[in-house]
Unconditional design. Structure first.
Length: 190
């Protein structure tokens, strides 16, 4: 497993604590915003860890430790789903994006209300992501980690490469010369 000094599950526990223990107006908005952020980081870091556990190429490790890693994790997973024609894996990426948007609202839009329903939705999305991580299947493989491991064995993990669409970030993800950005408008998933 990708080495970490911190147990990511603590983010989930902190989010649950904040979610369940603030029913009065005392610090409630800050608690809700923090809970949403912790739910997101639990899901994001879990998925990033699964990728790094199965893909130890230097360019992937460096890219997934960069500031642009939030979208790269989603794009990496989406590319795997696209390559395998697997709706559940693509849905996993879309669900993480939805959760990321809730986190951005909680962190960067103090003028917008964050309510209990936003926290409930975040928790639901995290639990759904956890479910998909364990239950997605492809052929005889069940679970995202097992699928990535099989793709690694076949030499078919997504490639991080720069191309003409690159805006100076780490690059766009490709599988078999398919650029995710070219498909976003067609698939209407992002």
């Amino acid at each position: 497993m990708f080495h970490q000094n911190f147990d990511i599950k603590e983010f989930y526990g902190i989010a649950n604590f904040l979610h369940n223990n603030f029913s009065s107006n005392e610090l409630i908005n800050g608690a809700y915003r923090t809970a949403i952020g912790r739910y997101y980081y639990y899901a994001y870091l879990t998925l990033r860890g699964i990728i790094l556990d199965n893909d130890n190429r230097d360019n992937v490790i460096n890219a997934l430790k960069s500031a642009s890693s939030h979208y790269l994790v989603r794009d990496y997973i989406f590319c795997v789903g696209e390559y395998l024609n697997n709706k559940d894996i693509k849905h996993l990426a879309k669900t993480l994006e939805t959760l990321h948007n809730l986190r951005k609202k909680a962190d960067y839009k103090p003028h917008e209300n964050v309510e209990l329903q936003d926290v409930n939705r975040s928790k639901y999305l995290v639990n759904f992501i956890d479910h998909l991580i364990k239950e997605v299947s492809w052929g005889d493989r069940r679970g995202l980690s097992n699928i990535l491991n099989k793709l690694k064995g076949e030499g078919k993990l997504p490639k991080l490469v720069k191309n003409k669409y690159n805006t100076g970030k780490n690059g766009n993800l490709h599988i078999d010369h398919i650029t995710l950005k070219n498909f976003k408008h067609l698939l209407n998933l992002y």
